[in-house]
Design a protein around this ligand. Structure first.
Ligand code: CA
Length: 237
C-alpha cells in the first residue's frame, strides 16, 4: 500500500506545496493538491485519498480546523496537520478535532516520509467511507454537506443533515432509535422517539420522490431506521 497510496496535500503556500509534492512523488506516492479548504473537501469527495496533509492556516472561509472537523464527521482518513513551531495551541486543537499526527515547519524529507508511512500503516485496516455517493436519484456529499436530487440542491437544516449523516455512515444497516437520538440530539435525548419520527418525516418530505412510500429512508418497525444501500427502482415494488 505504501507506494500506491494517494495523498492529498492542502497548503496555500506555493513553495511549500511544491516541496511536499516533490518529496512525496519521489517516494512514489500519488499526490493531489488543494490550496484552500473548499477545494480540499471537494478533493476528498472526488478522490477518497488515503491520507491528508493539512496546513491549518488556509485562506477563505474553511480553515484547516474546519476541514478536519468536516472530514471526521464521516471518515477516518488519516490526517497529518502541518503547523509552525509557534502554533502549540493549534496543535492541541487539531488533535481534539481528530487529527492523527502533526509535522512542524520546517521539516526534513526524511521526517515527513517517516510520519506519512507510520500513519498509513496504522490506518491500513480501516475501511473507507466514500465522501460522496448516490442512492437512486440522490447524490449525498458528506464532505460538502450537500444533497442533490436529479442535480437540484435540496436544503437541509443542520439537524436534518446530522440525521442523514448518522444513517449514511452505516448505509444499508438498521440503526436503532436510541443510537440515532444519541448521535443527533445527544445522550439525554435517547428516549425521545417522537423527535426522531418528526425529523424522519421532514427528511422524507425533502428526499423521497413519494414520501408516503419511502425508498431511501426506510423504517424497521420497533427497531430503527436505515438508509437503503441499493434502493428499489420506482415501480419495482
Ligand atoms: Ca498556510
Amino acid at each position: 500500500m505504501s507506494s500506491s497510496a494517494t495523498i492529498l496535500v492542502v497548503e496555500d503556500e506555493p513553495r511549500l506545496l511544491r516541496l511536499f509534492d516533490s518529496i512525496l512523488r519521489t517516494a512514489h506516492y500519488r499526490v493531489l493538491t488543494a490550496t484552500d479548504g473548499a477545494q480540499a473537501l471537494e478533493m476528498v469527495a472526488l478522490e477518497s485519498p488515503n491520507l491528508i496533509l493539512l496546513d491549518l492556516l488556509l485562506p477563505g472561509d474553511i480553515d484547516g480546523f474546519a476541514v478536519c472537523r468536516r472530514v471526521r464527521e464521516f471518515s477516518d482518513i488519516p490526517i497529518i496537520m502541518v503547523t509552525a513551531r509557534t502554533q502549540e495551541a493549534d496543535k492541541l486543537r487539531g488533535f481534539e478535532l481528530g487529527a492523527d499526527d502533526y509535522i512542524t515547519k520546517p521539516f526534513s524529507a526524511k521526517e515527513l516520509l517517516a510520519r506519512v508511512q507510520a500513519v498509513l500503516r496504522r490506518s491500513r485496516d480501516t475501511p473507507a467511507t466514500p465522501a460522496r455517493f448516490s442512492i437512486g436519484h440522490l447524490v449525498i456529499d458528506l464532505a460538502a454537506h450537500r444533497v442533490t436530487r436529479d442535480g437540484q440542491e435540496i436544503h437541509l437544516t443542520p439537524t436534518e443533515f446530522r440525521l442523514l449523516l448518522a444513517l449514511a455512515r452505516q448505509r444499508g444497516r438498521v440503526i436503532p432509535h436510541d443510537q440515532l437520538l444519541r448521535e443527533v440530539w445527544g445522550p439525554e435525548y435517547h428516549n425521545e422517539v417522537e423527535y426522531l419520527r418528526t425529523y424522519v418525516r421532514y427528511l422524507r418530505q425533502k428526499l423521497e420522490p413519494d414520501p408516503a412510500h419511502p425508498r431511501y429512508l426506510l423504517t424497521e418497525p420497533g427497531v430503527g431506521y436505515l438508509l437503503a444501500a441499493d434502493p428499489a427502482e420506482p415501480g419495482a415494488s
